[in-house]
Design a protein around this ligand. Structure first.
Ligand SMILES: [Zn+2]
Length: 126
């Protein structure tokens, strides 16, 4: 039974042990969840997150929200890891090299403004 919360999930990502919650029908979701958001199944199991994902949408942000003031300009991306999509900030590559289909890995880093844990993507071939 998957009972972990978002903080634990972020810690697992940072440790290179990322996972998602899978239901018997193969839907994917992210903690904290007790039921599948797609079909309502309550038997969620922790499935290993694929090592790399592909950028499916991205946006270069020049005028950031206040809690990202020290990050601008930066690129936020939605990355497909198969059953789940994650949203985060792209690190370790020039903003203009982020493209649809770019392969990245998920990691955590510290938000330069708030000091909070942040989901980030790094180039898969780095
Ligand atoms: Zn489901």
């Amino acid at each position: 039974m998957a009972n972990t919360g978002y903080d634990e999930w972020m810690a697992a990502i940072g440790d290179g042990e990322g996972y998602y919650l899978g239901c018997p029908d193969g839907h994917g979701s992210l903690p904290p969840r007790r039921t599948c958001p797609h079909c309502g199944a309550s038997e969620l199991t922790e499935e290993p997150l694929p090592e790399t994902g592909e950028v499916v949408t991205f946006t270069e942000v020049h005028v950031p929200a206040p809690n990202f003031a020290d990050e601008a300009p930066y690129v936020t991306a939605v990355v497909s890891f198969g059953a789940v999509k994650l949203t985060g900030v792209v690190r370790d590559m020039p903003n203009d090299e982020v493209e649809l289909g770019t392969e990245v890995t998920a990691d955590t880093d510290v938000n330069a403004t708030t000091g909070e844990q942040l989901l980030v993507f790094r180039p898969a071939d780095a």
